[in-house]
Write a protein that binds this ligand. Sequence first.
Ligand code: HEM
Length: 374
Amino acid sequence: MSLTTAFRISSRRAISTASARRVDLRSTSFRRFTTAPPPPPKSNTALYAGIFAFTAAAAGYYLYTSDSESSREAATAAKSAIQTGKAAVKFTPTKEDYQKVYNTVAHILDEAGEYDDGSFGPVIVRLAWHASGTFDKATGTGGSNFATMRFEPESLHGANNGLHVAREVMEKVKQQYPWISYGDLWTLAGVAAIQEMAGPKIPWRPGRVDGLASDATPDGRLPDASQGSQHVRDIFYRMGFNDQEIVALIGAHALGRCHPDRSGFEGPWTFAPTTFTNDFYKLLFEEKWVWRKWGGPKQYQDKKTGTLMMLPTDYVLTQDKNFKKFAKAYADDQDLFFKDFSAAFAKLLELGVPSQQFVASEPWNLKTLEEQKA
Ligand code: HEM
């Protein structure tokens, strides 16, 4: 890590309990569409033209069928979809354009003011993960392709509590770059957040398209933190991950914190929740963890300071034999963790996206703000 990066990170606000500063932006929502998606495009331009035609037709259908109460809202949403479509048809973004989006997100991360620990990074990583982690490999449904968390009821699923904060921040970026799909925006923002919080490079490429509320998956596809190793395996095997990848992915809990008004759990996992490290695993093994005595859901706290927490699903990484093997390896070797996390997170972000939709055959490495200064 360079000195400037270290300074940027250490100058972020230390752990605070300040409440969320809500950004008052509402995402648009479409419901009751019945049309089918367009066939796979032959080129980028065709892809965007297809999205435009589909969105416009669907918007028209909505207006035709809506009742008067919701039709004003639908009309606004339809107009915005049509504008987005027009922008997309006229414009074929390059890697440099996606780098610009990355840079805008990277700057916004630190504009969090009193919010949490002074960064939107952790909640944006959680958005990227929850938008992708609905994938079911058996049916090919869910995943990051359609960004269906924009719609109710998925936005209201219990596991997604609090993610409106990240979606609203994303909405500001979307207004600046109307040509980008929400799925690409949210996953790219997850990449920017990891990389800017001193994490590993995450290979990423665009190609996701905006779907409809009807593409959403049922509630219950994301993990329940109060469960054990069998549940963790059931959830992640369904997405197509193995034990090593599961353990690597959960290491993202080096970042951020739990919020009583979101999940019911409380507190950060590490002392530096806006810096990506292998501290999560180190603390799991080095500290003594005891059940917290409180009125909330069962969670662990560190015996020494009582200020850190572990979820029951985190703690099983020290109890399950095969999980423990990988968790110990990551506690001992941050480079190994970074390498494995990068591969697993890149895979997570592409779940549910048909390969012909990707505009590049290989994922790209986007530059950090720091690298661009060089
Ligand atoms: C067994 C698997 C997992 C469970 C049960 C789980 C559960 C949770 C819970 C309960 C929270 C607190 C939410 C809140 O109250 O705000 C949380 C936060 C978070 N999770 Fe996970 N998670 C899992 C896996 C993952 C994975 C795979 C990632 C990313 C690769 C991830 C990234 C995060 C981040 C960054 C936060 C902090 C968000 C913030 O600070 O606002 N989690 N998780």
